[in-house]
Design a protein around this ligand. Structure first.
Ligand code: KG4
Ligand code: ZN
Length: 351
């Protein structure tokens, strides 16, 4: 079965063709047209600009995807219907509906958050997963992106319970906003990660930086990152012009921002996994491409809960893309519909 996946929930236009053959997935093409550069000046995503870009990019990305895959036909269409920016979601939906009419193929409406989670199964034997659910479930999923920071208890594919979420900024948003304060551009996550890896914890001390770990000791699974951003701003403002522009300060600050975010995420995830007897921990979303976060969660599992399986998508599929939508559409292929009018954007769609 070949599935076309369409993603336009935020600032990336993603179109992919994914083939499933005997329980294995092969990515035939995965086209991503990123608008990151366009949004740099705003320090975040500017919705009406994003909408216009999706409209422009969708047909180009679609043509490219077919060409790269070397095919003209597909069996199923998956499209993100939420959560996300409503005008952007509609661009993808309208495009999918048009294609469904022309190709006479059904559509599976896809939840963007579930798609991030299920991408951690892409390189696994799907038939094994389906026939041995007790080996993976319950799973505790940490979804961390520019718009979301959520801890989710997953009982099966399609069965989710929200354990906690951010009360203000998302983890990715915190990377983006603090990077902006430091003058590092958008998206902030990769920029901070790169400089942080060059910095050392010793440097953080000698530069006299100490950021809070918000809500780390609270007995719940909620997060809060707005205070962390404010702490960065206050520290930055307290420094002289020369210090602010110094490589040492920037590197130390990036290391501390990254570590503060990781400390909170890891602590709460491991705690949830213990409390709910998780068989696996799934890390997903754009921030999951952070090397240090991946390493530190892996280490903690190894030392504190050996036997628990750690699942994380390949780095190149952590940020928004069409493959994750195609994959999720495949998992939910039984819900495919030809009632095209029923497919609607829902900016606040829940799992
Ligand atoms: O999942 P995603 O592509 O889009 C949303 O659904 O939000 O996530 C984008 C977010 C951005 O905030 C970006 O700064 C962050 O993921 N990000 C990272 C890294 N790569 C992307 N954050 C930390 N470290 C990274 N290496
Ligand atoms: Zn996303």
């Amino acid at each position: 079965m070949i599935v076309l996946g369409i993603e336009t929930s935020c600032d990336d236009t993603g179109i992919a063709l994914l083939e499933e053959k005997e329980g294995r997935f092969e990515i035939l093409s995965n086209i991503i047209s990123s608008q990151a550069k366009l949004h740099t000046n705003y320090g975040g995503v500017y919705p009406s600009l994003a909408k216009r870009e999706h409209q422009k990019n969708l047909p180009i990305a679609f043509k490219k995807a077919l060409k790269e895959a070397g095919i003209q036909q597909f069996d199923l269409i998956g499209v993100t219907v939420g959560p996300g920016l409503e005008p952007c979601l509609w661009q993808g939906i309208n495009f999918a509906v048009d294609l469904a009419k022309k190709s006479k193929k059904p559509i599976v409406p896809v939840n963007h958050i579930e798609a991030h989670i299920l991408t951690s199964f892409i390189d696994k034997d799907f038939q094994f997963l389906v026939s041995n659910p007790e080996k993976l479930f319950p799973a505790v999923c940490l979804v961390v992106s520019g718009g979301h920071t959520e801890l989710i208890l997953m009982e099966a594919i399609g069965s989710y319970k929200l354990l906690g979420k951010t009360r203000d900024d998302a983890a990715g948003e915190c990377f983006d906003k603090t990077a902006r304060i430091l003058g590092l551009g958008y998206p902030g996550g990769p920029a901070i990660a790169e400089l942080a890896n060059a910095g050392k914890s010793k440097l953080v001390k000698t530069e006299g930086i100490k950021l809070p770990r918000p809500m780390i000791h609270q007995k719940n699974y909620d997060f809060s990152f707005a205070g962390l951003k404010t702490a960065v701003l206050y520290d930055f403002r307290s420094r002289s012009e020369k210090e602010r522009k110094g490589k040492k300060y920037i590197r130390a600050m990036c290391s501390e921002i990254q570590q503060a975010i990781i400390d909170v995420l890891v602590k709460k995830t491991i705690k949830a996994a213990g409390e709910f007897g998780a068989m696996s921990i799934i890390l997903a979303g754009g921030v999951a491409s952070n090397q240090e976060l991946r390493r530190q969660i892996r280490e903690k599992i190894k030392s504190q809960m050996p036997g628990v399986v750690f699942l994380v998508p390949p780095k190149e599929l952590c940020n928004d893309n069409g493959t994750m939508i195609a994959l999720t559409a495949f998992f939910h292929r039984k819900t495919a519909t030809k009632d095209l009018q029923s497919i609607k954007a829902n900016a606040k769609l829940k799992l």
